[in-house]
Design a protein around this ligand. Structure first.
Ligand SMILES: Cc1ncc(COP(=O)(O)O)c(C=O)c1O
Length: 404
């Protein structure tokens, strides 16, 4: 077993060796520009790009013409949200989203607010899911876009996207879904879910970093204002010379995801449950954040009460995880996702996100359980609050002295 152990598959995934193998010729011998129409180098590159487009489309139930290549899901989210808002603004200037979206969506929304758009940020339920009835209630005659992610990147919680899609379609409102964390892990189908725009990232599904796509529906046609001006590549949606090796890698990653997703989901869910049950056996006062039932296979987000997440991460350097505590971000606030779900500030500060995936093993999980057991116990020994709770003191009943 290799140390450190990688358990941060939501942040990024290793490139699958089969993906790398497919990409390599496009750096060395097949280096043509896919837009070069006059020679075989260009034709070869274009052929590979179009084969990859088919693969990505097939994975999400789309047709190849509906896939637009981008530099990653941050760009896809920006293009979808701002591009749709700018195109449909004559119809209305109201948008609907959820407080637990990725920053790429939230900050695009904030940018639009500064341009005079109005955004409704909906609260999720305590289990992290957005109630479709809230979407329905938020719609207005001037609503032009609903943007709700499929699976959340911190909690892995899966939103009822098909129902939200049905509501948006019924109201004639464009529906964007950031499906970065679910594609290749659980079924995602743009037809079954009435999705009009979907963001995808290659590096979250064993493909290369800096490579993504946006699904743009053709029937009924969804229109966008391009964010990038230039040579008019990608049907004018996204100018710029195509990243041929990256595209080939994303295509191969999509093919592997389509062929292996369901078996992988069973295996990774079993690993996740092994981790959860193992931690629960080792330690008391654990809370799993977000619905366990509606969650992507590889995610476990746990709060270890009376332990600060950042301190815990430093203590478990052998295992790469991430924390919902403050210091991982520039702001001092703990995870805005957990806070929006109603998780207390203390528990948000004590949260750890475990991300398991294709190359995770039982041995790694067992090592992690032992290490976390040992380190959390040690940190709690230093916590007077934990001692008080163990002595049967109800902390809520204590009147703390006012320091002022
Ligand atoms: C839900 C979600 N959306 C968007 C992104 C951004 O993707 P990319 O890294 O490809 O820009 C991420 C990655 O952190 C994500 O998890």
């Amino acid at each position: 077993m290799k140390i450190p152990i990688y358990m941060d598959y939501h942040a990024t995934t290793p490139v699958d060796p089969r993906v790398l193998e497919a990409m390599l010729p496009y750096f060395t011998t097949e280096y043509g520009n896919a837009a070069s129409k006059s020679h075989a180098f260009g034709w070869k590159a274009e052929e590979a790009v179009e084969a990859a487009r088919e693969e990505v489309a097939k994975l999400i139930g789309a047709s190849a013409k509906e896939i637009v290549w981008t530099s990653g899901a941050t760009e896809s989210d920006n293009l979808a949200v701002k591009g749709a808002a700018h195109f449909y603004q004559a119809k209305g200037k109201h948008l609907v989203t959820c407080k637990t979206e990725h920053k790429a969506v939230l900050d695009s929304m904030h940018a639009l607010e500064r341009q005079g758009f109005e955004v409704t940020f909906l609260e999720p339920e305590r289990d992290g899911r957005l109630d479709p009835a809230k979407v329905q209630a938020a719609l207005r005659p001037d609503t032009i876009l609903v943007s709700v992610m499929h699976a959340n990147n911190e909690t892995g919680v899966v939103h009822p996207i098909a129902e939200i899609g049905r509501i948006a379609r019924g109201a004639g409102v464009v529906f964007h879904c950031d499906a970065v964390q679910s594609i290749g892990k659980i079924p995602f189908d743009v037809e079954a879910m009435n999705v009009d725009l979907a963001s995808i990232s290659a590096h979250k599904m064993y493909g290369p970093k800096g490579m993504g796509a946006l699904y743009v529906r053709r029937k009924p046609r969804v229109r966008l204002v391009a964010e990038m001006d230039g040579g008019g590549h990608e049907r004018g949606f996204r100018s710029g010379t195509l990243n041929v090796p990256g595209i080939v890698g994303m295509g191969k990653a999509a093919e592997l995801a389509r062929l292996e997703r369901d078996a992988e989901a069973v295996r990774v869910t079993a690993l996740r449950e092994r981790l959860r049950k193992g931690l629960e056996k080792e330690l008391d006062l654990l809370t799993v954040n977000g619905s366990l039932e509606h969650r992507v296979p590889g995610n476990l987000n746990v709060s270890f009460a009376y332990v600060e997440g950042e301190a815990l991460m430093m203590a478990v350097k052998d295992v790469a995880v991430s924390s919902g505590s403050a210091c991982t971000s520039a702001s001092l606030e703990p995870s805005y996702v957990l806070r929006a779900m109603g998780v207390s500030e203390d528990l948000a500060h004590s949260s750890i996100r475990f991300g398991l995936g294709r190359f995770s093993t039982e041995e790694e999980v067992d090592y992690t359980i032992r290490l976390f057991g040992e380190k959390v116990r040690k940190l709690r020994e230093m916590s007077p609050l934990y001692e008080m709770v163990k002595d049967g003191v109800d902390l809520n009943q204590i009147e703390w002295a006012n320091p002022h």
